[in-house]
Design a protein around this ligand. Sequence first.
Ligand code: PEP
Ligand code: MN
Length: 371
Amino acid sequence: MLLRLHDRLPEPEVESILRFCKELGYRTQLLDGAPLEGAPRYVRLEGGGRPEHRARLEDLTGVREVVDVGRATELHARMAPVPTQPDSLAARPDSCVSVGQARFGGGRLSLIAGPCAIESAERLREIAGAVRAAGATLLRGGAFKPRTSPYSFQGLGRRGLQILREVRAELQIGVVTEVLDPRDVGDVGEVCDMFQIGARSMTNQVLLREVGKTRKPVLLKRSFGATVAEFLSAAEYVLAEGNESVVLCERGIRGFDSVTRNLLDVGAVAHLVQATHLPVIVDPSHAAGRADLVRPLARAGLAAGADGLMIEVHTQPFEVHSDGEQAISAAAFREIVGDARSLARLDGRELVTYEESFERNGNQRIRETIS
Ligand code: PEP
Ligand code: MN
């Protein structure tokens, strides 16, 4: 790794940077051979190499930039150091995250579907049965809802978690639900197969660290105001705690036009496929904000390389408690499953759908955690 120092840095500050690097465990070498007055000065660092060092070194006022990250690449990055040649980087293969029957990444796609919020046991059971039959491998549904207005329906809370637990056991399908409060990570984790971190929580580092301490998969949604770099840094918080099962979810960012609720950033999806080994999925429901555009946005997301979709589906469109305008029917969802299968095949990938036989053949994890 090379640090480029600011021009004309006083010697005591150079000394202090060298001392700091040594404290981090690096051997340092000041590259001062430039004959010209004012030519850039570099410090070469060898050894050490923890991912968080890059950010700490960038924070030093005397450091202009970290030129070559070398061994200190972040955990989410596609490019990683070669163990036998610490100064060269090679592309990491795609990470595949398994959640119940679902597989995200490494050439496999899965679909998550269900209501925005858990409303009642009967309704969740009905929706779960419909999406499972259509091809979803994971059921979604929020018990704790992060609503923009405090007067909107906030979800059923703990009662919602209990309903989720029952439906999961009855239908033997993995479930994804949002955790809003770091203090709820234990309770939500007892019920769900995958934590959802919502767009509004993407910058809650306390929450990110807390789910990072578990070994349960995390679905991390991009904040509508976050750059791609900020999104990846949020993922890094989870990875840095040792939880390697992170799935990124692009759900639309703030645009200036209200024809859609958000602007689906397909460019970011295509970029992320290259920039990180983590799986990336698309939520066309919150991007569109309208049922009639969910299907085309789903197709666009998959065509850009997404490893799956998360879609809001409801069986009673006139009874939806939240995000009703974007909920699609089970029949409409079935069409998207067909699209996903065709688009996956086009790319030499495979859509994983729910298999009844899986239950009989031993979905051990679901059975063990339920009983
Ligand atoms: C949701 O998935 O229902 C949700 C609240 O999404 P987001 O956090 O992306 O707004
Ligand atoms: Mn919603």
